[in-house]
Every structure is written in C-alpha cells, then in structure tokens.
Design a protein around this ligand. Structure first.
Ligand SMILES: [Zn+2]
Length: 172
C-alpha cells in the first residue's frame, strides 16, 4: 500500500486531501507540514568462537517466524552504540562490549500500513565476559540460532538489508 493512501488526513486539523511526496506530508487545508524522515536502526553482528553469527527468529509482525539480527530502532538522544547495548539487554538479557561500526544499509519496514524507511547500522560486538551472559530472550524472539553466514539462506531472512549484509559476509 502506498503511504498516500494511509496518511490522508492532517494530524493538526483533520482535513482531507493531505498531499504527500515521499518524505513530506503537506496539509492543503491549514498548510501544516510533517516529515517522514529516515529512522536509524541498529543490528548486532555477534559471532561465536566458531565463526557462527547469532541470529534471532522473529516472534512478532512484520515477518514473524523469519530470521533477523538482534537490534531495533534508535531512541531519541541515543548513540547507535547505546541503542545496541539497550536492545541486546532488553531482547536477550545480555551485555556486550567492543562495539564497532561495520556498515550501514538502507531498509524499508512496513508497519500498521505505513511504509517506513530506515537506515540499518550494523555494529560488531562481543559478549562481555565480566558478567553473567545467559541468554534470556524476551517475547519478541521465538528462538536464538547460531549459523555461519554461508549456511543462511536468503529465503529465511526477514529484511532486505540483512540479506545484503549476509551476502557481503559470504563474499568476504
Ligand atoms: Zn491541516
């Protein structure tokens, strides 16, 4: 579905005929403008000692049942590193260290009928050996799996950005 068909009322005056280009919604009635900016998201590249990548099976829509990397949206005022630490703590109950930028890939994310554009920031990290790191997944995750990138099939990956990432890991 096109965002124009979903976002068709002004959030300020409720007038019809809100005109939208790809990022900007402009109300024809009151002139109010609102932007759908690219959202920053983070995802963890966490390898075990056997060169296997940690992946999680999604338990919620969108793409429930498919493989994803642990992570999520960056909150207001957070750095990418802080967002990754928080998401891993919330989703898996783990503490990581040695967080390093790896690469970023744009992505699209359909939720509640709205198409969001994200910039997925992939960060390498490792388990912090100084703390209890038993994995305790929350209800967003049905399963934690470890796989070598070469053993992950594109069909089981939830999002295009992770497909591109896995492809690049297979080459390198
Ligand atoms: Zn308006």
């Amino acid at each position: 579905m096109d965002n124009k068909e979903v976002l068709k009322y002004c959030p300020r005056c409720s007038a019809h005929a809100v005109l939208a280009d790809s990022r900007k919604i402009v109300c024809a009635g009151c002139g109010f403008q609102i932007y759908l900016n690219t959202a920053a998201a983070v995802a963890a590249l966490l390898f075990d000692g056997d060169s296997r990548l940690m992946a999680v099976r999604r338990n919620h829509e969108p793409r429930s049942g498919m493989l994803d990397l642990p992570g999520g949206f960056v909150d207001f005022g957070e750095t990418a590193e802080e967002a990754l630490s928080r998401e891993l703590r919330e989703e898996l109950g783990i503490t990581v260290c040695g967080i390093e930028y790896y690469r970023s890939i744009p992505n699209k994310y359909q939720y509640g009928g709205v198409l969001y554009h994200t910039l997925d920031i992939f960060l390498k990290c490792r388990f912090d050996d100084g703390v209890d790191n038993n994995i305790r997944p929350n209800d967003e995750i049905s399963e934690v799996v470890y796989k070598r990138p070469g053993d992950i099939s594109e069909d089981e990956i939830a999002f295009d950005s992770m497909k591109k990432l896995i492809k690049s890991l297979k080459i390198n």
